[in-house]
Design a protein around this ligand. Sequence first.
Ligand code: UT7
Length: 324
Amino acid sequence: MTPVHARIRSTGHCVPERVLTNQDLERMVTTSDEWIRDRTGIERRHIVSPGETNLDLCEKAARSALAAAGLEASDLDLILVATTTPNQVFPNMGVLLQERLGGHGYPCTSLEAACAGFIYGLAVANSLIQTGQAHRALVVGGETLSRITDYTDRSTCILFGDGAGAVILEAASEPGILSTHIHADGAYKDLLYYPSGISQGFDRLRESVDFIQMKGSEVFRVAVNTLSHLALETLEKAGVGCADLSWFVPHQANLRIIQAITRKLGLPLERVVLTIAEHGNTSTASIPMALDVAVRDGRIQRGQLLLFEAFGGGFTWGSALVRY
Ligand code: UT7
C-alpha cells in the first residue's frame, strides 16, 4: 500500500483591527518604546475590541485558508483549534468553529498546550491523516491573550497580542509534514501560567480577575536552550542541515530568543520569518500567522523546506519539519 502523507494545502490568518502600540503602553505603565523594542523586538500588537472574541478571529483565519484553497467547510473532515483562551469551556472551540463555518458530522476539538499548541495540533492532524482517519484537516491557532493580560504589569503587558492563524492539511502521496516532535515537562509549571480554572470553583474568579503570571528571564533561558537543542535534533533526525532550510518559522515570543537560537544554529536571520514587531507574542497563533504572512508575500514557495518551533507554559515545546 502506498504510504499516506499530509501536506499543507493552504494558509490564512487574522488580526483584530485595534492596535496597541508601544507609545500607548508608555501611557499605561512605566516603560519606554526603546526598552520594549530593545528587549523584545515588539513595536505594536493587535488586540480585540469589546465584544470581539477568539472565535471571531479563528473564523476569519479559517475562511481565509478555505478561500485560498478554493474549498468549502463541507470539504473538511477534521477541525482542531489550539488555544488557551477559548470562548467557553464547552462546546469546544473546534465545534464552535464548525458551526460558524457550516460543516456537520466530522470530529472537531480543541487542544491546550499554550504557545506550543499549534505544533501539537499539527502533530495530531498529521497522525490522523497518515492513519487514514482524516483526509483534510483544518488546524487553527487562535488567542485573545489581551483578555488575561494585566495592563498594570509592565513585565507581561508589553509582550502579548491577539490573533489567529489557520492551515489546511490534506492527504498527499508525497510527504509535506516530514516530522513532528512534541514534548512537555510539568516540573516548570510555576514559571509561566494562568492561575484560574473552572475546577477550582468560582469563588476565586469572583474575588478578582486573574492574569498571566510569568518569571520572564527564567522562561527565556530555558526556551533558548530547549529550542536550540530541539532544532538540531529535528534536522539531524531528518538527515538535513541548516543550509538546507529555506525558512525558519519560530514562535514569535521575543526577538532576542529567536536571535539566540539562530546564532546557535548558525542560521542567518534573513532566513527567519519575523512578525514579532507587528504582532507581539500571540502564543499558539504566532506560527500559523507568520507562515501565512510569508506565504502571501511570496517569500515561502512550494517545495521549500521549513522548520517550525515553539515553546510555552507547562513547559510544552515542539517542532515540525515541513516540505511546503
Ligand atoms: O511565549 C512563550 C514564553 N514566553 C517567553 O518566551 C517570554 C520570555 N521572556 C522574555 O521575553 C523576557 O524575559 C522579558 C521581555 C519578559 C523581560 O526581559 P528581560 O531582559 O528578561 O528583563 P528582566 O525581567 O530581567 O528585567 C530587567 C529589568 C528589571 O529592572 P531591574 O530589576 O533590573 O531594575 C525590570 O524591572 O527591566 C525591568 N523591566 C522593564 N523596564 C521597562 C521589566 N519590564 C519592563 C518594561 N519596561 N516593560
